[in-house]
Design a protein around this ligand. Structure first.
Ligand code: CTP
Length: 400
């Protein structure tokens, strides 16, 4: 089932390290190649000799080992794997990963790798509950790390609660699930716009809106997860770039349009950005001074990126999807907008302040297609993204 898969197994310090030996055995039984990297802490609990005997491979421990580096540099070590598994993942190692610290071989390999990472955390219940650990785990997951466990039960320290490393069977299942996941969009190219745009009034002031970019980032992540080669053209946001997505950062609507056109051809384009509809006609090189009467801003319309991408032509993506941000007559306005802009599908959402959609984590969508309107339940922006990505995959699987 794992025939030919290459696993880099990082064993960090913790009593659960002994279970990692069993994991090596099971991975090998299923045909995987396992290379073990042992931290200093990990070596307190399992010996390099047992890890080497079980894996049938050399065990790596030291960042500055001349022999290791000449045989296999740490960068190669981190890249010559299909999946990096950290079991147990101690609070300390995850904190170093979150901070980008590379102070030993394990942390350096984790910083240098371009491969997916699966974490199997193990620690004391209070350490797991600590806000620092919570924040570190959330950050690592936002960057694309997967996680299995921890489970709840009696811990080696005598306390009870969450913190127990997942059993080798569960970790094995998570590894198998990772390799078995369907990638129906493999071989397809996707373009996503996200975030607000920022239109300069003068060198220090600008017009913008309250879009956080969360929905577009979630869509790019979901499309990439299904295997699409994804380009995300993003206005200024605080979002973390999703794994395996090419991010093009832009500021203005005109830059966003240029970046989108440069990304063509694609099979699917999703315009989730809250593009500023207007920009100041003039952009003085100097800061406007508070002299005399208040200035009157003259505005001109920005290009409509969704309408441009939807316009017929040799480069029109076969599937163009837009959003409709409305504060009244949601479905009626959205239907008119879909026709006006010429896109294929449209996700309409209520962005009135009471809805909490702009900047928030949840979204309720009315999904418009040429076939009609579907009301999706209120769900997280991640769930909206996954639902949409699945629909896109189904559309192409249907022979489009
Ligand atoms: N959009 C775009 N470029 C623009 C304006 C909007 O690509 N200059 C896209 C958005 O990304 C979204 C869709 O058009 O997918 C609808 O955006 P929305 O703000 O709801 O509509 P507007 O075009 O601004 O129309 P109105 O202000 O009349 O509601």
């Amino acid at each position: 089932m794992l025939d030919g898969k290459r696993i880099l197994l990082i064993i960090s310090g913790g009593i659960a390290a002994y279970k990692a030996l069993d994991l090596i055995r099971r991975l090998k039984e299923r045909g995987a190649t396992v290379r073990v990297l042992l931290t200093k802490g990990g070596a307190q609990f399992v010996t390099p000799l047992s890890a080497a005997a079980l894996s049938g491979e050399k065990v790596y421990q030291d960042l500055f080992s001349l022999t290791d580096e000449s045989e296999m540099g740490h960068i190669r070590l981190s890249r010559e794997a299909d999946l990096v598994v950290v079991a147990p993942a101690s609070a300390d190692l995850m904190a170093r990963m979150a901070g980008g610290i590379a102070d030993d071989l394990a942390a350096t390999a984790l910083l240098a790798t371009d491969k997916p990472i699966l974490l199997a955390p193990a620690m004391n219940v209070e350490m797991w509950a600590h806000p620092a650990t919570r924040a570190n785990v959330a950050l690592l997951e936002a960057r694309g790390a997967r996680r299995v466990g921890p489970g709840t039960g009696d811990l080696a320290c005598g306390e009870t609660g969450p913190g127990r490393m997942a059993e080798p069977d569960e970790i094995l299942q998570a590894i198998a699930d990772f390799f078995a996941r369907p990638t129906p969009l493999r071989g397809r190219r996707a373009l996503v716009t996200s975030g607000p745009t920022r239109e300069a009034i003068d060198p220090v002031r600008y017009l913008t809106n309250t879009s956080s970019g969360k929905q577009g980032y979630a869509i790019a992540r979901a499309l990439a997860y299904l295997g699409a080669e994804t380009v995300l053209v993003s206005g200024p946001t605080r979002c973390t770039p999703p794994p395996n997505v090419t991010v093009q950062n832009v500021t203005t609507a005109e830059e966003m349009l240029a970046a989108c056109e440069a990304a063509l051809p694609v099979e699917v384009a999703v315009c989730a950005a809250a593009v500023a509809d207007w920009r100041p006609t003039t952009k003085p090189n100097q800061k406007l001074k508070k002299e005399g009467a208040a200035p009157v801003l003259e505005l001109q319309e920005n290009p409509d990126i969704l309408a441009r991408l939807s316009a017929a032509g040799p480069k029109r993506p076969p599937l163009v999807i837009g959003f409709a941000a409305e504060t009244e007559n949601l479905v009626e306005n959205a239907k008119a907008k879909r026709t006006r802009k010429g896109c294929d599908w449209l996700l309409a959402n209520d962005v009135s302040p009471e809805s909490g959609v702009l900047g928030g984590d949840c979204n309720q969508i009315h999904f418009l297609t040429p076939q009609g309107v579907e009301d999706w339940p209120s769900q997280s922006k991640d769930a909206v993204a996954r639902t949409l990505a699945d629909r896109i995959a189904a559309h192409f699987e249907g022979g489009a």
